[in-house]
Design a protein around this ligand. Structure first.
Ligand code: TEU
Length: 527
């Protein structure tokens, strides 16, 4: 079974995790020093946000050099050491492949705007004489952009950008762009990276009369990229699509098992929160019913939170209103089409609800992704702009600098009464057997021991109580029955088989199971 079927992925930002040299920025030296922490926590892969040279106007997603390390984070040698040390511990590494656009400071764009119209170098990007073209394409960063076109006075033409105006989209119709981009993939795969996250992959091509998303040309390019990667590196390197799309469009990124190995399940994520807010499982059922089967070699990436706002692009207008009302009463928490809060503040620091969502995330089919800091219930900072408030320094200890840095941190460390580093940090939670950190760690360790939780076939049940999620994961070696109560009131579930609840360690005989408010069981069934 390829590694990404069994993995639990930990998403972090080099800048935010650990500072090895005291300059206030996290770096590869610091991150390498924390690998034993990640092993102990029980994850098996690391996904790093962009660490390449960049003007940092979109936290590194505005790349100005694809094949180097931002000097604040270290050198290519530091990166190499990090890869070696991670692999020595059996940790896989996923890095960002921001292939849809570059920074406007990238040499390709600086060259393009000065090159004659129609030249190959100009055509590294998408130009137009009028800002009306491709008018059916939606705007993604609705809070900051009003058009997908921006005027370039140097070129005397409009250029296309799906994200910030300082992030011009590459022109995939130009074969030289496709070649250059494949070389970028090779650069990092040659350095031992196990997986590439294909940022914003639905938007590679533009065509008149379409919404410029999920076009057949994009899928054709991905098949070429996949064939290249398989031929050059063998079958173990993984391509992860970031295709924030409805289930059928998202599933298309698996192709016939000949495009991406993985894609995130964006439509499922908000519906886990919606189900919890309603105290009803129906939103989860609804979206899984609409999720097509995928090739057996492929996997959905599941997640609760990430470094962006909790996106509400893949819900209906009614569902979005409900989500805002339930989770973003404070208007400052709203950003674009989403909510810029971390997991713990979203759930009012209620450990029962946090663990309920973790227990679902870590038992449902798919490969789970955790966001750094959520294992200790880190808070966020709504005073910081954009999505910076969910990207603050990791809280390791109660020392000044939170054990993150001995210098002046790149951003304020969370220091409020509830989520502040003096009380909420890894060191304190490690000592406390009842902490969130220890509870998450126990779930991760069960998942590692129980193959049924990772690879088992899933049978969904429909118990009478609409608040109860109930499914079994079957594997020849074991069967695990997962039951979760989404409601604030107790629930019961009638079962035919008993066993031992892995979460509590207590026997759970067949018959009537009583689930406390927001309670969950992972029952390893007797054979
Ligand atoms: O986000 C791109 C993306 O596809 C959006 O749908 C995104 O999920 C949503 O708007 C929430 O922000 C990626 C990165 O995750 C994001 O941090 C970058 O800002 C963006 O690409 C541009 O590179």
């Amino acid at each position: 079974m390829p590694w990404y079927h069994d993995a639990v992925v930990y998403e972090t930002h080099v800048r935010s995790f650990a500072d090895g040299n005291g300059d206030g920025y996290g770096d590869f030296a610091g991150l390498t020093g924390k690998l034993d922490y990640l092993v102990d926590l029980g994850v098996s892969a690391i996904w790093l946000l962009p660490f390449f040279p960049s003007p940092q106007r979109d936290d590194g997603y505005d790349v100005s050099d694809y094949t180097a390390v931002d000097p604040r984070y270290g050198t290519l040698e530091d990166f190499g050491r990090f890869v070696d040390e991670a692999h020595r511990r059996d940790l896989k590494i996923i890095t960002e492949f921001v292939l849809n656009h570059t920074s406007d400071q990238h040499p390709w764009f600086r060259r393009a705007r000065r090159s004659p119209a129609g030249s190959n170098q100009r055509d590294f990007y998408v130009w137009s004489d009028s800002p009306d073209r491709y008018g059916d394409a939606r705007i993604i960063f609705t809070d900051s952009e009003t058009s997908n076109w921006a005027w370039d006075p140097v070129a005397g033409a409009w250029y296309w950008h799906r994200f910030y105006a300082h992030q011009p989209d590459l022109n995939y119709d130009n074969p030289a762009v496709r070649r250059a981009i494949v070389e970028v993939a090779d650069f990092w795969l040659d350095r031992g990276v196990d997986g590439l996250r294909l940022d914003a992959v639905p938007y590679l091509y533009e065509r008149d009369g379409t919404n410029c998303e999920n076009l057949p040309e994009t899928h054709a390019f991905l098949k070429e990229l996949r064939a290249h990667v398989d031929a050059r590196y063998g079958g173990e390197r993984m391509l992860l699509a970031e295709a924030n799309q409805w289930p059928a469009d998202a599933a298309a990124y698996f192709g016939d098992g000949d495009e991406c190995h993985m894609n995130y399940h964006f439509p499922l994520m908000p519906r886990m929160f919606l189900a919890l807010a309603r105290g009803q499982r129906s939103p989860i059922e609804w979206v899984l019913d609409r999720t097509p089967p995928i090739p057996p070699s492929c996997r959905w990436g599941t997640f609760l939170r990430n470094h962006d706002e909790l996106t509400l692009e893949m819900v209906t207008d009614t569902e979005r209103r409900e989500m805002y009302a339930a989770y973003a009463a404070d208007a400052r928490a709203r950003l674009n089409v989403g909510i810029r809060r971390r997991l713990a503040p979203l759930l009012e620091d209620d450990h029962r609800r946090i663990l309920l969502l973790f227990s679902l995330l870590l038992s449902m089919p798919g490969t789970p992704f955790l966001y750094y800091g959520d294992e200790i219930g880190m808070g966020d900072d709504l005073d910081l702009p954009d999505r910076d408030g969910v990207r603050t320094p990791m809280q390791w200890t109660d020392d000044p600098g939170a054990g993150f840095t001995t210098g002046a941190p790149y951003a304020p460390i969370i220091d409020d009464a509830v989520y502040g580093y003096r009380r909420r940090n890894v060191a304190a939670q490690r000592e406390d057997p009842d902490s969130l950190w220890n509870a998450v760690r126990r779930l991760l360790h069960h998942r590692r021991e129980q193959v049924a939780l990772r690879r088992g076939a899933t049978i969904w049940h429909a118990p009478d109580d609409p608040a109860v999620v109930s499914f079994t994961r079957h594997h020849p070696d074991a069967t695990i029955h997962v039951a979760a109560n989404l409601a604030a009131t107790p629930a019961t579930l009638l079962t035919e088989r008993g066993g031992v609840d892995l979460i509590s360690g207590v026997p759970s005989p067949a018959g009537r199971w009583r689930l406390p408010p927001y309670g969950a069981r992972w029952v390893l069934e007797d054979r």
